[in-house]
Write a protein that binds this ligand. Structure first.
Ligand code: MG
Length: 263
């Protein structure tokens, strides 16, 4: 009684192989041809709650100190005001923007910011700050993702919160009220340059503002400028910079800033 079973399984194997050969000969795809098993992605443990840093994040500000930051002007210790687990912009004369000590190329970034509840002013002079996704010099040199009170505050739309300053118009206004914490989650693809300084590949930014997609793989035309047409200036890696804007409105605050470097 065993022989017929053996014979049958032998027949099944032969038949199966023949079918496979036939399929290959006839050009019919084999599912195994499109399976990729390596490289295996690294394990990253996500934060316990949305917005919390995953296990491989670099914490740029965790509420305690500005050890990761320096003055963008002269690289002296950063003099913004750390209190109650947050950092508030210091608008005193001579303080200015702050930037990270470390330099980056491509990355994922999480930033939380809050317009003060008692904010005054209008247009660009109401809660103006900014997150420079790459700082390419002192002052406002670089690529600015605008921070502004955009909750019922009219301004030019390519300069509202969520804009890549004077280049992108955000796809939506996702502003929360002054006094409420807001989030930016950014994927930044740094520009690359040829040896002669010409652009090899442009910069791209994808931005979620309070979880709402507002810039979708937006291609930048160069650095973000207050005046004139944007242009690229070759750089290799760059700090991330936060803006102390010169307007007279009450200073805004940041908290929970982290990033993950990307290939
Ligand atoms: Mg700004």
């Amino acid at each position: 009684m065993r022989m017929p079973i053996l014979k049958f399984s032998t027949f099944a194997v032969v038949a199966g192989m023949s079918a496979l050969l036939l399929a290959q000969e006839s050009g019919k795809p084999n599912p195994k041809d499109t399976e990729v098993w390596e490289p295996v992605p690294p394990v990253v443990t996500p934060g316990a709650m949305p917005g919390e840093p995953p296990s491989d994040a670099i914490r740029l500000f965790d509420g305690k100190n500005l050890d990761e930051w320096v003055s963008a002007q002269d690289h002296a210790p950063a003099k913004w005001i750390v209190h109650d687990g947050i950092v508030t912009v210091n608008k005193a004369g001579g303080v200015g923007n702050i930037e990270t000590k470390r330099k980056f190329k491509n990355y994922q970034l999480h930033v939380e910011w809050r317009i003060p509840p008692d904010v005054t002013g209008s247009d660009q002079a109401r809660g103006n700050s900014g997150v420079f996704l790459a700082s390419t010099g002192p002052g406002d040199d670089g690529y600015e993702l605008q921070v502004l009170d955009s909750y019922i505050n009219k301004t030019y739309v390519n300069g509202m919160a969520g804009s890549l300053y004077k280049q992108s118009i955000p796809l939506a206004n996702a502003a929360r009220k002054p006094g409420e914490w807001q989030t930016y989650d950014v994927a930044w693809t740094a520009p690359t340059f040829n040896a002669d300084g010409s652009v090899k590949t442009p910069a791209y930014a994808t931005v979620f503002w309070n979880g709402v997609l507002v810039d979708n793989h937006f291609e930048l035309k160069g650095q973000t400028l207050y005046m004139g047409k944007p242009f690229y200036k070759a750089y290799d890696a760059a700090p991330i910079k936060l803006q102390a804007h010169g307007d007279k409105s009450e200073p805004i605050s940041f908290r929970n800033i982290w990033m993950r470097e990307l290939p």
